[in-house]
Design a protein around this ligand. Structure first.
Ligand SMILES: *Cc1c(COP(=O)(O)O)cnc(C)c1O
Length: 372
């Protein structure tokens, strides 16, 4: 039996053609023409005026935090249930992540818990859209206005998703995307920052390029940044992938629909499946997660699938339970029961764009067999 990995990317468009163009013209570094093209096309697709392509999504978050001058003494409100990147960017900038629990249905941050966490030190709300459904943005936008807070929007899993008809990745003062191979479109490694603010865009460009002064003498620096530049090869891949985004969104929708239909019996057994839609969005199924009624049951299922060479991934591990942050003295005695339950009991099934129909059928059949 062939293994079914948790993710397989799909390259059916102009990927090879554009990559060949890079090789034939010799433009492979961050100086090549595909970068500006990809920045323009992607920012137009999402909505904001400016796009700054970078080496990965985590780099985009580092830049976003620094571009907003978030530093020692500042607090940034974010979900505890997320990948480590947003919290890492805030902590390495010297600021403190202030965590909120999750909504048990959408698995996104519980927006009703945000206002109580605002203090005079709060500088920004870092919104992270999780797994396929967007965060309820209106309450967040209202709070940002009321308390004059910045919004960083981590839309790394949200290519093409909308909130009340407006594209995710267009709500933040700075919004970020990742193009890791399991995202809706990939550049291998890659990321982008989007903004409508020209000054912020220019600051992000400078930060990704070691803070070379665009108009000053070369090799004279007034500030530290990073080499977080995207290469022309990555941008070539990204442009070819972006041309296929509508098709990719349809594939993901079909994967989600098939799992929902085939696995609906699980809900009667106390499992939770992703919510197919909310009042403001349909699920784009970045990944198809399942929350088991207990950690032992989850482990049994994951082992059973692994035995049949079917890949899964556990859900994110909460930020307040990360040893690295606990060792820094962060989040002492904090607990977030909804997020902890998701982290303990959640896992996701193969959901990549390259997943074949017969593989999808086999995953659901093996899962049914394990559970019976
Ligand atoms: C993938 C992801 C990132 C990080 O992106 P990389 O390109 O892997 O660094 C950040 N935030 C979220 C929510 C993600 O899913």
């Amino acid at each position: 039996m062939n293994p079914i990995p948790v993710n397989t990317p799909l390259f059916n468009g102009n990927e090879l053609k554009y990559l060949t163009e890079c090789i034939e013209t010799g433009w492979i570094s961050s100086e090549g023409p595909f970068i500006a093209k990809f920045e323009k096309e992607f920012s137009q697709y999402i909505g904001p005026k400016y796009g700054v392509a970078v080496s990965n999504g985590s780099a985009a978050l580092d830049i976003a935090v620094k571009a907003l001058n978030i530093c020692t003494g500042d607090e940034v409100i974010m979900p505890t249930f997320t990948i480590i990147s947003p919290a890492q960017s805030v902590v390495t900038a010297g600021a403190v992540p202030v965590l909120v629990d999750s909504d048990p249905i959408t698995w996104n941050m519980d927006v009703l818990q945000v206002e109580a966490k605002i203090t005079p030190r709060t500088k920004a709300i870092l919104v992270v859209h999780i797994y396929g459904l967007p965060v309820d943005m209106d309450p967040i936008l209202q709070l940002a206005k009321k308390y004059q807070l910045k919004i960083i929007e981590d839309a790394a899993e949200m290519h093409g998703q909308t909130y009340n008809g407006q594209k995710c990745g267009s709500f933040g003062d700075l919004s970020i995307f990742s193009f890791y191979p399991n995202k809706h479109i990939t550049t291998g490694e890659g990321g982008m920052i989007l903004t409508n603010d020209l000054a912020l865009a220019e600051r992000c460009r400078k930060l990704r390029n070691l803070c070379f002064e665009p108009n000053g003498p070369r090799f004279v620096h007034h500030e530290l940044g990073w080499n977080y530049r995207m290469t022309n090869l990555q941008a070539a891949l990204g442009l070819a992938q972006l041309e296929q985004i509508d098709h990719f969104l349809t594939i993901k929708k079909d994967i989600g629909n098939t799992y929902q239909t085939q696995l609906s019996f699980l809900t009667e057994l106390g499992f939770r499946l992703p919510k197919p839609s909310t009042a403001f969005a349909h699920n784009i199924n970045w990944v198809f997660g399942i929350v088991a009624p207990g950690i032992k049951i989850k482990e049994k299922i994951v082992e059973g699938l692994a035995k049949e060479k079917i890949g899964t991934r556990p859900f994110f591990w909460c930020m307040h339970q990360q040893p690295v942050f606990q060792n820094m003295g962060l989040f002492k005695n904090e607990s977030y029961p909804v997020a902890e339950e998701l982290a303990n009991n959640g896992f996701y099934l193969p959901s990549g764009l390259g997943l074949k129909q017969e593989e999808l059928v086999r995953v659901t059949e093996v899962l049914k067999a394990i559970i019976s």
